[in-house]
Design a protein around this ligand. Sequence first.
Ligand code: F3S
Length: 404
Amino acid sequence: MVLTDDQKAMLEGRYGEGAAYAMKIQVGIGECFDAPRMVPIKRAHVALSNQAGDLWFAEKLVKAGAKCRVAPTVNPGFCLSWFCGKWPHPVDEEDYKHMQRTDNAYRTLGAVLSYNCTPYIATNVPNFGEVCAFSESSATPYVNAVWGARSNRESANSALCAAITGCVPEYGLLLDENRKGNIIVHVEADMKTPYEYHLLGMMGDLIGEGIPVFTGLPKVIPPEALRNLGAQLNTSGAYGMYHIVGFTPEAPTLEAALGGNKPIREVVIKDKDLQDFAEKFSDENPGGKVDFAMFGCPHFTLEEAMYIAHKIEGKKLAIPMYILVSSHAVQMAERMGVSKVLADAGADLIPDTCPDQPVWHYLIGKTGVTESPKCAYYPRRRGIRFILRDLDTCIEAAMTGEVK
Ligand code: F3S
């Protein structure tokens, strides 16, 4: 790899041990992918997980004196003040210390402590063609496909290294030739709400490996639907990029999306494929009594919180409802009176928090209802069961305590 004088100096330790360590990792990644050089970035998102490996790496960089040149936004852990405000509060001493250490490490490194996994919708939005370093399942395909920015599917660690060094190795999705689609996915299903995009994203087995080019989708697709599509594509498979013909910026036509190449595969997705997935999921978790409802994996937008508030205003929920959002959405909801409407009905709007965190241990053995397959997928490993339904059915279930 050819490095600039400044990059060489960083690798040799002129900017300290931490920066040298980060640069060494990135040069190693670049060499694995035959990257010819490093290119500068002005934007990054780190999918911190608040889990042991992630914390070990962040603290190692802190001890080595690393500081971010580019302040990255970060993923959720869990909101200490919200959970400790509950009585009796469910936070183990060990989990409390862990979250505090994560908070301290990323503060010291100079990250933006956003604790939100959908920064690409409002707080960390790249320009068309901008090179950046985004980790997180829904974030990388969103910045590549929807904004036309350029990011590889970074890990939390490589994105943090990029934030520290201010550059990334030039390979993969940073290059024109690797951004072209090679699988045509004809969507013949009725894509009414963001829920159907969750299900479409779970079709990774049908779509297979490559860059999908979706045809047949509506002309206008809301950000929540695109967020869901990317999140689930990376739950059912591994996709850093996709195209939607006539909608995403690098796909004005099918030919442009394919870059003049022949597709390696064509796939048709019908209503039945989406229904089969939802039914199979429901076979594993048949309907009936539920103990709680959870939304916001990925984090819900303010508009989605407003939608739920509108639906439950003046009513009382039969079971707890947890709505996970950004701290910005919480602030706006408080100013607008949306939080009060939700709270009066018995719903909680929670910032900074992911369902895949140990703090939810008090839900182990219980059954929740959610509209997100990803929300159901990860907490299952922790012993929390979920039933999957569309959002309106989930809201209805929260009012009766039962899924029909
Ligand atoms: Fe976000 Fe956590 Fe779900 S990071 S997408 S809320 S698993």
